[in-house]
Design a protein around this ligand. Structure first.
Ligand code: GDD
Ligand code: MG
Length: 367
């Protein structure tokens, strides 16, 4: 089956990390977010994928190439200017292999949904479009959907971008109930895609689906069971990292378990012992010397070097990071090729790619 992944967003909430890569390539446990989607799609028979790209399109093309490394045929539909969610799908459809139903994924979702079951429901009903739904507490920054008893979509309430920002900025809002929300996975018949106007910005959530509801054009929803996260910003990033590493989802981390709480990829060398309760993921060829303390959830990227006497608590290090002797980091994300010199103490920080922090520096609060 054919699929489209819409992966052109700017990932502004992930800056500075998205200055060096598009959000869909953010490594989650040493594996780019999109690879989790590709693996899930492939497991459910989707083996031809078009990526709808815009921001840092070439990084996605360079990473996946023709897809042969992943056992999936891949093509790319680059937008000169972002075309919106429906515009991106319309543009990508020109690169599909055949005229038939396609599945569409928002490129920032990590899930273990049974996609085959959703596709089967779509076919059984003879639907024009089917949307996977997730039940989440309200209020929330997602597209909220009402269904009738037959699963037909009756109403769609997409918050404005301002409302989404306000909700995201205030995660402690009191829960008032539950909503079915658009989980960002669709099955679309070709005529739905062909009905999207060409050559301008079009939103599928604000324009195409509302039109289908108004005209009774066969738009259905399927409540899905399972794990689901929209990796919108750093707090979701921490959640998904922890959930996968601690086995709270069927989504599996790459690599192999080495010891209680420790996952390693090829060539990783961990000579340190983990503190009680720690879970650690170590990328290819990374070295963790003896006498390093690893606490909470720690992700160490490919080719990193962590020198003795240093302490990492709830940290993510992307590729090629060097932590020198006696450095102490709590709740820190280091982008690739960062150097933290000996004796530094850093709390609550995101360090941009290639930064070198001098010896004995103090950064952040509460230390
Ligand atoms: N190619 C391309 N071009 N991709 C785009 C564009 C575009 O113009 N605009 C957005 N995207 C991609 C983003 O990269 C992301 O993967 C996906 O479309 C969704 O965009 P977000 O900006 O993350 O939207 P959202 O999370 O606020 O809302 C959407 O997802 C929710 C579920 O995660 C909506 O579809 C909601 O209805 C839904 O509930
Ligand atoms: Mg999103």
């Amino acid at each position: 089956m054919q699929g489209i992944i819409i992966a052109g967003g700017f990932g502004t909430r992930f800056r500075p990390l998205t200055y060096t890569r598009p959000k869909p390539l953010m490594p989650i446990l040493n594996r780019p977010l999109l690879e989790y989607q590709v693996a899930l799609l492939k497991a459910h028979g989707v083996d031809e994928i078009v990526f709808a790209t815009n921001y840092m399109a070439e990084a996605i093309e360079n990473h996946f190439g023709d897809g042969s490394r992943f056992g999936v045929k891949m093509r790319y539909a680059r937008e000169e200017q972002p075309l919106g969610t429906a515009g991106a799908i319309r543009n990508a459809a020109a690169s599909l292999w055949r005229r038939e139903a396609v599945v569409v994924f928002n490129g920032d979702v990590v899930t273990d949904f049974d996609l085959s079951a959703i596709i089967a429901q779509h076919r059984q009903r003879g639907a024009r479009a089917t949307i996977a739904l997730k039940a989440v507490p309200s209020p929330n920054p997602y597209g909220v959907i009402d269904l009738d008893a037959d699963g037909r979509v009756l109403a769609w309430r997409e918050p404005t971008e301002e409302q989404k920002k306000a909700l995201a900025a205030n995660p402690n809002i009191e829960q008032t109930g539950w909503d079915y929300i658009n989980a960002g996975f669709y099955v679309l018949e070709p005529e739905v895609i062909e009905s999207i106007p060409e050559g301008r910005i079009v939103s599928i959530e604000r324009e195409i689906y509302p039109r289908m509801i108004e005209h009774g054009e066969g738009l259905y929803g399927v409540p899905a069971e399972g794990y689901w996260v929209d990796v919108a910003g750093p707090s979701h990033y921490w959640r998904v990292t922890n959930d996968i590493l601690r086995g709270r989802t069927k989504v599996a981390p790459p690599g192999t378990p080495q010891a209680e709480g420790l996952w390693c990829m090829k060539g990783a060398e961990v000579r340190a012992t983990l503190d009680a309760g720690a879970t650690v993921h170590v990328g290819e060829n990374a070295i963790v010397e003896e006498g390093v303390h690893l606490r909470g959830t720690v992700v160490i990227g490919a080719g990193c070097h962590i020198a003795r006497g240093s302490v990492l608590e709830d940290c993510v290090l992307l590729e090629g990071v060097r932590i020198e002797e006696g450095a102490d980091l709590t709740r820190v994300i280091c982008d690739r090729d960062v150097v933290i010199s000996a004796g530094c103490r850093i709390v609550d920080a995101v360090i941009a790619a290639g930064t070198c922090i001098r010896r004995e520096s103090r950064l952040g609060t509460n230390w």
